[in-house]
Write a protein that binds this ligand. Structure first.
Ligand code: T5A
Length: 215
């Protein structure tokens, strides 16, 4: 799942995981930055904003270090066990935040991507799309009195450009990336996502997961 701040990625990733589990499918729900113990430490560094002064390239390298550990220690073992992996953000976040917005050279972004994920690419990426003002309002409401993190505290213009960059990504990779109208109520957004999952993966015919049984 990809998209701007507060677009509903965590909500929809969890809803999809629950729905797949109800079909007896073994699902791993994970997130970036993070998803493994070492990557969670890097997440803390990045979102605190202490790495901002190092510049977008250094931040891209830190996100890459976290991703490498996440892929190696969490995602690949899960896939090897036969689990379906749902990640709340992945490599497209680096393309968009550090690449399109941070203006890190596209060749460097591609090299980092090759190094960190290799062939472990998502079969489908849902890009949750809604106006930046709406996403930020949702993120602010959920955060309450807590401080905005490194990227939430960027200006509105940053978030508007972020939305444009994600829409461009969806246009560039129309099969892998599915643009979803995230301004609709949670249930309607979930139905649009489920419709794509149903058509592409037919979960009703997937092998059943039996607790305790070997894969
Ligand atoms: N980053 C990350 C990079 O710069 N490069 C990278 O390579 C990577 C991996 C991560 C930050 O790091 C940056 C991007 C990010 O800035 P994060 O805390 O994980 O930070 O932040 P986000 O991924 O942006 O997650 P958020 O929690 O802010 O947003 P979500 O997950 O999109 O939204 P969600 O589901 O938490 O929903 C937000 C609120 O809206 C409500 C929810 O209940 C919640 O209160 N909501 C809705 N309300 C109305 N209608 C709907 N349809 C709703 N859906 C959800």
């Amino acid at each position: 799942f990809e998209g701007g701040e507060g677009s509903g990625k965590s909500t929809q990733a969890a809803m999809l995981a629950d729905r797949l589990k109800s079909f007896g499918i073994d699902v791993l729900l994970t997130r970036e930055p993070g998803g493994s113990p070492a990557a969670e430490v890097i997440r803390h560094v990045l979102l605190s904003g202490v790495a901002k002064t190092l510049g977008a390239e250094a931040e891209a390298m830190l996100f890459a270090a976290a991703r490498e550990d996440h892929v190696f220690n969490t995602i690949e073992p899960a896939l090897a066990r036969g689990q379906w992996v749902i990640s709340d953000r992945f490599a497209d976040s680096t393309r968009v935040y550090q690449g399109s917005l941070g203006q890190v050279d596209a060749r460097m972004i591609r090299r980092l991507e090759k190094l960190t994920i290799g062939e472990t690419r998502p079969e489908v990426t849902f890009i949750l799309d809604l106006p930046a003002e709406q996403g930020l309002a949702r993120a602010n409401a959920r955060r309450g009195n807590d401080k905005a993190d490194r990227f939430e505290s960027e200006a509105l213009e940053f978030h508007q450009k972020l939305r444009d960059a994600y829409r461009q990504l969806a246009a560039d990779e129309p099969f892998r990336c599915v643009l979803i109208d995230a301004s609709a109520p949670r249930v309607s957004v979930g139905m649009a996502i489920w419709d794509v999952i149903n058509r592409r993966f037919d979960p009703a015919t997937a092998p059943l997961f039996v607790e305790g049984a070997s894969p």
